[in-house]
Design a protein around this ligand. Structure first.
Ligand SMILES: *Cc1c(COP(=O)(O)O)cnc(C)c1O
Length: 381
């Protein structure tokens, strides 16, 4: 800001004390500039990204293994004078790589800056309808945030007593349906036959399946898009491809659904994926051996962690994800989380009805999970 800017609301003050470093007295006045939309927002709060090193970080479902070495090479190679140029706005090569992986045409693929961005555009482009949309009562807590941002009505549909999605409960008129598969934060998987039934019985609305964790034991619904023009599948490279820091997500669906997303994207940000992200993501998709071996390692560790937690008396929901959702019948979840934190281990606890006695624990390396188990044995003793 120019040094001529010396004026705050109340009086003449040096600029260095104006808005950014303003004390509490100034803040209420600043919000008067906010739009009505902003005033009513309750933004999503992501899991903590602590500044401390040496923590055992099992709270945000990142992959404990680094990305494929080929990703790092590709990003190095793309780090050159070319950065003065805008990236390919249509991410054509990346979309072709994704299309090749799933054996679908590129026109059926949309990419975005993380699947959170893809989802945001999906809400605006496809789920903003006259009728309310439906999603589970326990699910990714970003969905209601997008609804509030875009003015989309929604109804939540209760998971059954075992925390599973029951598709029979979705059989009423709606403006669209969205759920993660496996669901978050439960980790429970819905079978493809059920998904196909749900899609077929809702021909008038779009069904969005958010497959952030599908590579850890589920079957993707992407092959179903060939027969179901109202099915959109969203995936991310953040979890199974170990690239949460690169921000790449994508959607697969009928070309007309993809066109809707393109229209919104090109009305908002033509270049959502930078050059390095496109290069790194392509390399990640080309290294399926690495991808398969790291996913397998995570699943093996998950199996061991589940047995160890059960041996300590935890109830663990069946997980097809890179995390488990567990509760102990005799120990308060939030107390356990606090005591783990004191030992340098962070897990996620949601203060929400029905799940406030659960902990969501990301699958770490074998060593990290051993550290967790040692701490839990101490805490529960
Ligand atoms: C992690 C996650 C995402 C977001 O992934 P990004 O691609 O990193 O934005 C979307 N949906 C669910 C259910 C997730 O858990």
């Amino acid at each position: 800001m120019a040094t001529g800017c010396m004026i705050t609301f109340r009086s003449v003050q040096p600029c260095s004390r104006a808005p950014f470093r303003a004390g509490p007295i100034l803040l209420p006045h600043m919000s008067r500039y906010w739009s009505n939309t902003v005033r009513t927002l309750t933004p999503y709060v992501p899991g903590e990204q602590p500044k401390l090193d040496n923590l055992v970080k099992l709270n945000t479902n990142e992959n404990p293994y680094g990305p494929s070495p080929r990703v790092i090479e590709a990003i190095h190679a793309a780090t050159d004078d070319g950065l003065r140029l805008y990236p390919d706005p249509g991410s054509e090569k990346l979309r072709a790589a994704i299309a090749g992986n799933f054996n679908i045409p590129s026109q059926q693929v949309f990419v975005g800056n993380g699947s959170d961005e893809v989802l945001a555009l999906v809400f605006l482009a496809l789920l903003k309808q006259d009728k309310p949309i439906l999603f589970p009562d326990i699910t990714y807590s970003f969905y209601p945030v997008y609804c509030a941002l875009f003015g989309i009505g929604f109804e939540t549909v209760k998971l059954d007593d075992t925390f599973q999605i029951d598709i029979a409960h979705y059989a009423h008129p709606n403006g669209g349906i969205i759920f993660p598969n496996p669901n978050a934060p439960t980790g429970c998987l819905l079978g493809l036959a059920e998904i196909e039934k749900l899609v077929s019985s809702n021909p008038n609305s779009v069904v969005v399946v958010d497959e952030a964790y599908i590579d850890f034991g589920g079957g993707s619904a992407i092959p179903l898009i060939a027969c179901h023009p109202n099915l959109l599948v969203v995936q991310t490279l953040s979890k199974s491809r170990s690239l949460a820091g690169l921000r790449v997500g994508f959607a697969a669906g009928h070309a007309d659904l993809i066109e809707a997303l393109d229209r919104v994207k090109n009305s908002f940000n033509s270049y959502p994926l930078d050059r390095l992200a496109q290069a790194g993501a392509i390399a990640a998709l080309e290294d399926n051996d690495y991808f398969e071996s790291t996913c397998k390692a995570v699943m093996t560790t998950r199996g061991q962690l589940v047995s160890n937690l059960e041996a300590l008396g935890f109830n663990v929901l069946p997980s097809a994800a890179n995390f488990v959702f567990a509760r102990h019948p005799h120990h308060d979840a939030s107390k356990i989380a606090t005591q783990l934190r004191e030992r340098g281990i962070i897990v996620r606890h949601f203060k929400m009805a029905r799940i406030d006695q659960f902990l969501r624990i990301s699958i770490g390396t074998d060593n990290q999970c051993a550290t967790l188990m040692t701490a839990l044995r101490e805490i529960l003793a």
